[in-house]
Design a protein around this ligand. Structure first.
Ligand SMILES: [Fe+2]
Ligand SMILES: [Fe+2]
Length: 194
C-alpha cells in the first residue's frame, strides 16, 4: 500500500462494522488529525494520516475475550497494563491487523500506541493520540477548554497539557498512569520531542 489509500472504502468498511457513535468518532478523529497537522505545520502524508484516524478504533467494539485471544494467538508484545485491562488491547490488535493488510509502518505504529501514548509512537502517533482526546464529540471536554488547549504553541506542549488533564482524571478514579504513559509524560515534561 505504497501509493494512495482509498479512505472512502475504509469509511464504508467502518460504517458497516462499527456502531454509529464509534463511526462518528472515527470520522472526527480523522478530521482532527488533519486539523492538528495543519495548525502545527506537521509534514505528514495527509492521506495516510486520514486513514490512521479512521482506522484507530477499528476493533474497539470487540469484547475483551476476543481481543485477548487475538493477542495470544498472534504473540503480540504488550504492556503489563494491556494484559490487565483488555479493552486497551484494541490498539495493538488493530495495529497488527493493519500491518498484515499492508498499511504503512508509521500508521501502524501510531495506532499501536494511541491508547496509552509512548515515546516510540512517532509524529503521526502524537497527532493521533491528541486527536483522539480532542475531537469535538468528546464529552469530557467543553468547547472553551478545548479552545484553550489548542492555543498550545507546540504539539509536545499540547501533549503535556492533555496528559495533565488525564492525570487528574485518573487520580480522581484512584488509578495510576501506565508505565509507558508516565515515561512519555516525563520525556515531554523534560523538553523531549517526538
Ligand atoms: Fe482507541
Ligand atoms: Fe478513539
Amino acid at each position: 500500500m505504497s501509493t494512495c489509500i482509498d479512505c472512502t472504502a475504509l469509511e464504508a468498511e467502518l460504517r458497516s462494522t462499527l456502531s454509529e457513535k464509534r463511526f462518528v468518532h472515527s470520522l472526527a478523529v480523522s478530521q482532527t488529525c488533519k486539523d492538528l497537522s495543519c495548525q502545527y505545520g506537521e509534514e505528514l502524508d495527509q492521506n495516510v494520516l486520514s486513514a490512521c484516524g479512521l482506522m484507530h478504533d477499528m476493533v474497539r467494539e470487540w469484547d475483551g475475550r476476543k481481543l485477548l485471544s487475538y493477542a495470544h494467538d498472534h504473540s503480540l508484545v504488550l504492556e503489563d497494563e494491556e494484559w490487565e485491562y483488555p479493552v486497551l488491547l484494541h490498539a495493538p490488535v488493530a495495529a497488527d491487523l493493519l500491518a498484515k493488510r499492508g498499511f504503512p509502518a508509521q500508521l501502524c505504529l501510531a495506532v499501536r500506541h494511541h491508547s496509552l501514548g509512548s515515546v516510540a509512537m512517532g509524529r503521526m502517533g502524537l497527532v493521533l493520540y491528541l486527536a483522539d482526546y480532542l475531537e469535538p464529540n468528546r464529552s469530557h471536554l467543553d468547547k472553551q477548554i478545548r479552545q484553550q488547549l489548542l492555543q498550545a504553541p507546540t504539539l509536545e506542549r499540547l501533549c503535556l497539557l492533555v496528559m495533565e488533564m488525564e492525570g487528574q482524571y485518573l487520580q480522581k478514579k484512584g488509578k495510576a498512569r501506565a508505565k509507558v504513559s508516565q515515561t512519555l509524560y516525563e520525556y515531554v515534561q523534560g523538553g523531549g520531542r517526538l
